[in-house]
Design a protein around this ligand. Structure first.
Ligand code: C5P
Length: 297
């Protein structure tokens, strides 16, 4: 997460994530799934600009520097930005208002954490512009109530293991950068709908070997260890994801996979140059939104 203060306004750039590993460990009494996942930040950013308001209104508007914004993305309570802002007010008792501009570049319903990243940026941004002075530990408690991925973006590590619902974060060292080509098919996936279709594995895979491979920078080894327990159910539900994975696998990438609950899929590439070349090639194929991006350093 990158912060720049300009006059009364604070600009926050907050990244997307990919899940290189996601295993289901069990179902919980609260309806969530216990999981183990490897999240890695990639250089595709939403930008949020926070300006304290003279009134007590919280106003969210779309910024012109965004791309591919669906017309029906809500600006009310259904949006995690508004929910994060209201939660901060409720928690601290402040009635300050804010004007928030969102330049949206991270695709929605993609499994790339866009909504969660925006929520984390809102907690950090409004804590600063409203001069609330909440410590990170308190922001983390609030983050966990907003969604399972929000805690990851609050700390903004290069990579981390997520446990529990995904909200218990342990940073992981990554040597070098990993180049990706990312394709978000035209259709999206609802996380809740995907989780309703999953079956628990009889022998869950371990995340440990992948963490070691990331630390030693052995990209070819990392490629062999990609895993996502949600991928098979999504491929059954969404023909666009099946087609996207097939197309990526035909591109001489080291490995292809789906991130989170989809629908975005990625190819782990041999070099930044290869990632760019494949992105250019796929951009002309009407598959959806295509990006090349690397992991952060
Ligand atoms: O936490 P988040 O809002 O991202 O989750 C959306 C939905 O995905 C949850 O309501 C739940 O149905 C499902 N989910 C789950 N187990 C998780 C995370 C999410 O079942 N660990």
């Amino acid at each position: 997460m990158r912060l720049h203060q300009q006059g009364r306004s604070l600009t926050v750039e907050t990244p997307a994530k990919l899940n290189l590993f996601l295993e289901l460990l069990g179902r919980r009494p609260d309806g969530y799934h216990e999981l183990e996942t490897l999240l890695i930040s990639v250089g595709l950013y939403d930008t949020l600009v926070f300006t304290p308001a003279d009134s007590d209104q919280i106003e969210l508007v779309w910024g012109s520097r965004g791309t591919g914004l669906p017309a029906d993305l809500p600006v009310d309570e259904r949006n995690l930005i508004i929910r994060a802002a209201r939660l901060l007010r409720q928690h601290t008792g402040t009635n300050q208002g804010a004007h928030i501009t969102l330049h949206k570049r991270i695709p929605v319903e993609a499994g790339m954490g866009g909504g969660s990243s925006d929520a984390a940026a809102t907690l950090v941004g409004l804590n600063r512009v409203w001069k609330l002075g909440l410590p990170m530990s308190e922001l983390h408690n609030l983050a966990a109530t907003l969604g399972s991925d929000v805690n990851f973006f609050l700390d903004s590590p290069v990579a981390a293991v997520g446990r529990g619902r995904g909200e218990q974060i342990t940073p992981v060292d990554v040597r070098g950068v990993l180049p990706f080509v990312i394709v978000k098919p035209h259709s999206g996936c609802s996380t809740a709908a995907v989780f309703r279709h999953v079956q628990l594995p009889s022998a869950p895979k371990s995340i440990t070997t992948l963490c070691s491979a990331l630390g030693t920078g052995q990209t070819q080894h990392v490629a062999k260890l990609l895993h996502n327990a949600l991928q098979a159910p999504v491929v059954d539900l969404n023909v666009d994801v099946a087609l996207t994975l097939q197309t990526l696998q035909q591109q001489d990438v080291l490995a292809a996979g789906m991130t989170g609950s989809g629908s975005a899929c990625f190819g782990l590439c041999r070099s930044v140059r290869q990632a760019r070349t494949i992105a250019r090639r796929l951009s002309s194929q009407e598959l959806g939104q295509v990006f090349s991006a690397t992991s952060l350093t």
